[in-house]
Design a binder for this molecule. Structure first.
Ligand SMILES: [Zn+2]
Length: 268
C-alpha cells in the first residue's frame, strides 16, 4: 500500500523469526520446533575418531524427547525415548544418563506422530523396511520412526568405551559386543534419512532398541517383529550444530576416503 505498510510487514516478519528462535530453544508447543531434526556434529567426524564432544545431555534434552547417538569416548549407544536418555553399554544393559555427560554425536527431535498404524507379524527387517518405504514415499525427506511391539528375535550391537589415541569408528566396531534376544517386548526408534546426507548423518535406516523394562538394548542389526504399533513423523527442518571449540573436530579430514562405505561398515 505505502511505505508504512511495507515497514509493518517487515516488523511482523522479524517478530515471527524471533518467535521461532525462542521456540527452538525449548518451547515444545512451537509447531516447527516440535518437528525440527536437531543434530550435533557429523557422522564423518565420528568415523574419524572424534569421540569427544562438548554438548551435554542437559542441553540436548532442550532439543528433543526422541533420538539416538553415542557418548564421549564412545561409551555406549544412546537412545532417547519419551524424554529419557539411556546408555546401552558393552554389557548390553541400559544405564541412566546424567545431565552433565557429553555427546560427540547425537540426533534428536520432539516426536509427534503424523501417521500411526498397527503392524502384524511375522515381519523381518527387509519386509519392515519395504513397508516403511511404502508409508514414507519421499526418498529425499527426513523421517522419524517408532515401532513399539513384541519381537520374536532382536539382534543388537553396542560399542565399547575407547581410550586415546582414538581409533576410527570402523576399527572401534571390530570388537563390538553383539546381543540377541528371543521373544522380547520393547521399542525400536530412529530415522530414515536420504542418501544425500552421507557424511552428515547415516543415510537409510538407523534404529536403536530398548526393551519395555528399560534394562537392555543397543543399535539394531536384525529383528523379526511378532506384532506391534508403528508411528511415523517427518520433518523439513534440519538444525546442525558444529562443535565450536574442539581441536579434534577442527583437525579431522571430514571429506576424505569412502565415507559411504565406512558408514555401511560401522552403522548397519
Ligand atoms: Zn546406532
Amino acid at each position: 500500500m505505502d511505505p508504512t505498510g511495507k515497514q509493518d510487514t517487515e516488523v511482523t516478519y522479524l517478530r515471527a523469526l524471533h518467535a521461532h528462535h525462542d521456540g527452538a530453544r525449548g518451547l515444545h508447543d512451537d509447531h516447527q520446533a516440535a518437528h525440527e531434526f536437531f543434530q550435533s556434529s557429523t557422522i564423518s567426524a565420528l568415523l574419524q575418531g572424534v569421540f569427544d564432544g562438548d554438548l551435554t545431555f542437559g542441553e540436548l534434552a532442550e532439543h528433543g524427547d526422541f533420538g539416538l547417538g553415542t557418548f564421549n569416548a564412545l561409551d555406549g549407544e544412546m537412545i532417547l525415548i519419551d524424554g529419557d536418555f539411556y546408555a546401552l553399554r558393552d554389557d548390553g544393559k541400559a544405564h541412566a544418563v546424567a545431565a552433565d555427560w557429553k555427546t560427540p554425536w547425537a540426533t534428536v527431535m520432539f516426536f509427534e506422530a503424523e501417521h500411526e498404524q498397527d503392524v502384524s507379524g511375522p515381519l523381518d527387517r527387509p519386509a519392515f523396511e519395504a513397508l516403511l518405504d511404502d508409508l514414507a514415499p519421499k526418498k529425499n525427506g527426513f523421517y522419524a520412526i517408532r515401532l513399539d511391539g513384541r519381537f520374536s528375535h532382536m539382534k543388537v550391537r553396542t560399542v565399547r568405551r575407547q581410550e586415546r589415541p582414538y581409533p576410527t569408528l570402523v576399527d572401534a566396531v571390530k570388537t563390538q559386543p553383539v546381543f540377541e534376544y528371543e521373544d522380547i517386548s520393547g521399542t525400536l526408534l530412529g530415522f530414515r534419512l536420504p542418501d544425500y546426507t552421507v557424511g552428515i548423518n547415516v543415510p537409510g535406516y538407523h534404529l536403536h532398541f530398548i526393551d519395555d523394562a528399560r534394562s537392555c538394548g543397543g543399535h539394531m542389526t536384525d529383528f523379526t517383529l511378532a506384532g506391534g504399533h508403528l508411528a511415523l513423523d517427518h520433518t523439513i527442518d534440519l538444525h546442525l550444530e558444529i562443535p565450536e571449540a574442539n581441536p579434534d573436530f577442527d583437525a579431522a579430514e571430514l571429506a576424505s576416503g569412502d565415507i559411504g562405505g565406512a558408514i555401511k561398515t560401522a552403522e548397519t
